[in-house]
Ligand binder design. Sequence first.
Ligand SMILES: [Zn+2]
Ligand SMILES: [Zn+2]
Length: 346
Amino acid sequence: MFPFTIMGQVSMKAMVHKTGTEGQWLVQEEVDIAEPGEHEVLVRVGACGVCRTDLHIVEEDLPPLSDAIVPGHEIIGTVERAGKAVSRFAAGDTAGIMWLHAACGRCDYCISGRENLCPQKVFTGYSVNGGYAEYALGREEYMLPVPAGLAPEKAAPLMCSGIIGYRALKLALPGPAGRLGIFGFGGSAHLTVQLAAGMGMDVCVVSRSEEHLKLASQLGASETIQSGVTGLAGLTEKFDSAIVFAPSGNVVKQALESIRPGGKVAVPAVHLDRLPEMDYNGHLFNEKKLFSVEANTRADAKEFLEMALRLGLRSEVEVLPFDRANTALEKLKHSAVNGAVVLRIT
Ligand SMILES: [Zn+2]
Ligand SMILES: [Zn+2]
């Protein structure tokens, strides 16, 4: 078979995680450019967001699925070439590739609008190579058309951080004028606070970092609590619902203590350290509900993007060059980012 070429280029730069190489998350390598299959689309990556899930992949908290993987699933790019059967995208279009790369389309989850739970689902940057590279492949039906006017580095965090926050909010249902608690404040939370405030909710952000709380107030939080200093002592009124973005079981416990009877706690984390022992009466009784949020459906993505554009959601991003992906992950690990961190690729 002839190698696939773009303007004579057969390979591309990519940041690769090799399984089992402890202490070295990513190395830069030349990787073959994949040829799009019938229903696939090859995009030239403009920017790729760095999501906490990527950190769990390179630290192998999530079990590795192959010997080597290119992470990255918040991809904004320009369509370079589309497979023969592709009808939704053409060369030059702006497109987003998300965490849910594909699902089977036939199982009971897929046909009931819950493709995020499909047992055969495939993830971008985990099951298949992702966007820490010059080019990435997407599956036409699972890609999102994106307005061309959006700056790639501003749009990238919407592709996972934004959508998962939207799904958590949709499932936590605090009501249009409800009171929402947001625990932890990173890439996803900084978009969710704007979304919830824009929808008319009363939002309180709980975080250890003063810098994070300052940004939360600027983006629409009506109340902030610095948890490291006072715990939840400053909480004036309990929440109708809470979303826990901090990947910590102790924070989940704290969130369950902060909601009213009948309240819900959503945990949109792909990995959590551990759940501490809890007290049934104190944490779950009174019809409190605790649930996880996994990935997203295509409907979530579409609904969220429309809403983000309508409400004028603003991504606060720190942009780093592609070859500093390890630094970006390091910053994420130590909560040294206020907002989201994004790699500028091309
Ligand atoms: Zn993600
Ligand atoms: Zn399925």
